[in-house]
Design a protein around this ligand. Sequence first.
Ligand SMILES: [Zn+2]
Length: 247
Amino acid sequence: MKMSIAMVLGLGVAAAVWSVAVTAENQDEEVVQQVSGVSILYMYEAVQYSGQAVAEGLEEVAANAVRPSVHLTDAQRFMLNCPVADTFVFPVGAPDAGGYYDAQPFGKNFHLGEDWNGVGGGDSDLGDPIYAVANGVVFFTEDIQLGWGNVVRILHNIGSKEAPEYIDSLYAHLIDVYVRPGAMVKKGDPIGTMGNCDGLYAAHLHFEMRHKAFMPIGGAYSVKTDGYLNPTLFLKAHSHTHGTAAQ
Ligand SMILES: [Zn+2]
């Protein structure tokens, strides 16, 4: 029996939707199964099941399409892969932001982050390297425009392997982005370059840290600071190994 299989994988931001369309040409029959809210891992497993099932017939495809599987959310997979971050560096001029200054500190004008600029002023810092502030796993890279431009977010475990405690760091307005979601980074690894958000601003890095990991992107300015860290205070307090931290 001649058979063709068409698979449509649609991955939305809010929820992954997986569709499998199976067409038996001689019967002009189409079977479509949809599963919502599944993880990427589940999608891969489902595709494998489906491929195997083609040889066994349409009924098996349909059965496998709704077979329960291991459900790991993307967030859970990132957490499982996240290395321990024992110490931190600044995201520009690592390790200590030498050659840069914070033009708009955390809290000023209700700013939820810091604006890092080169001491040369203007766009003299355009294209400068941006560094991962600690070991971690990249969980978001996207050009979300609307004043943000290219954004990279990294998950860090500041606890231990046995007792993890997750925070995340956010880097915005980048020109180049060197990493993709799932990438493991080490403290000080270049992750992109300083940008100006498509000419919207003089080049600088908008940098945030959140002690509640995976919060929505947010608005960069707010009277509500719940979930946010003062980056410079945090980085200075964690610039050396535990036990010798210089406050
Ligand atoms: Zn900013």
